[in-house]
Design a protein around this ligand. Structure first.
Ligand code: ARG
Length: 294
């Protein structure tokens, strides 16, 4: 076997090769951007999870968010922070701030005016860190709707990002972009209905909620990912799919119990985090996380 012939140059490579031989899943280092929910509240309604009449507790949101931050630290991720801006309560959902790949940031252009100013705020952060920033022409909500698996970018539409942004994506990154159409208003961003478990790709590299997609998208997903995990309604109800994986460790909603078992059955290691307060805004683990591939 080729793997046995490889000249191993450092210990990390050696560990990779060994775990590969053992069939274990291998974690790859991650760098993410997050935003403390200092100004989190729900005072408008732009998705079915949000109910401005219900009280929110910013202290609880901060405490819960901190447990996500600490979990990422424990897993060895590098975490960058963007300063929260007063008056932008949804800014904690960093995934929507843009899409970063190959050192290029494709800026976000929000569907709802309430979140509009977040686009330029995140774009400025990217530019200040030396990323090339592409100003968006089409409405798009960043990594909330764009997820990379292998060399393909899966792109959601139906509620937030315009299909035209998918063409923009493929022009910018010169990669295959596959459009997935969302049909259930509770799963309005792709990352609420589709989880990347191993961004190298493969038949069991994703999990999704079939009923959140139209027929054509479901057929496509079945063909591309024959061993995917199909989320249960109970897991979907706590935004269980809204998770973040390094290829081995998968950080998920603590209450997504079936999802946790399904992950273990496929060799992944689930780590549950309780973000119930942020669920009041319609977001979970992944929404709070923007991957920086720079
Ligand atoms: N309240 C926010 C909105 O409706 C939640 C965003 C969740 N983010 C995500 N990536 N799914 O826009």
């Amino acid at each position: 076997m080729m793997g046995h012939m490889t000249v191993v140059e450092d210990r990390e490579t050696l560990l990779d090769v060994e775990s590969d031989v053992l069939g274990e899943r291998v974690a790859s280092p991650k760098t993410v951007l997050m935003c403390r929910p200092e100004h989190f509240t729900v005072r408008y309604r732009i998705n079915p999870w949000m109910e401005p009449a219900n009280p929110t507790d910013t202290e609880v949101a901060l405490r819960q968010w901190q447990t996500l931050y600490d979990t990422y630290r424990r897993l060895g991720y590098h975490i960058e922070l963007i300063e929260p801006i007063p008056g932008l309560p949804d800014m904690v959902y960093a995934a929507n701030g843009g899409f970063v790949l190959d050192g290029v940031a494709y800026g976000a252009r929000f569907h709802y005016a309430e979140r509009g100013p977040e686009g330029p705020a995140y774009a400025m952060w990217f530019a200040e860190r030396g990323l090339e920033v592409v100003d968006p022409v089409s409405v798009n909500e960043g990594e909330g709707d764009f997820l990379k698996v292998g060399e393909t970018i899966f792109a959601g539409t139906g509620f937030r990002s315009d299909a035209a942004s998918h063409a923009e994506l493929s022009r910018i990154y010169d990669r295959e972009v596959v459009t997935l159409r969302l049909v259930d208003p509770s799963f309005y961003h792709l990352d609420t209905a589709f989880a990347v478990l191993d961004d190298a790709g493969g038949p069991a590299s994703v999990a999704y909620l079939p009923r959140a997609f139209d027929g054509a998208s479901r057929t496509l997903l079945e063909k591309r990912f024959p061993d995917a995990i199909h989320a249960t309604d109970a897991d979907a109800a706590v935004l269980g799919l809204n998770s973040f994986s390094d290829g081995r460790n998968v950080v998920i909603a603590a209450r997504a119990e079936t999802f946790a078992r399904d992950l273990e059955a496929r060799g992944y290691v689930p780590h549950g985090v309780d973000l119930s307060e942020l669920l009041l805004g319609g977001g979970g683990v992944k929404c709070c996380t923007l991957e920086l591939r720079w």
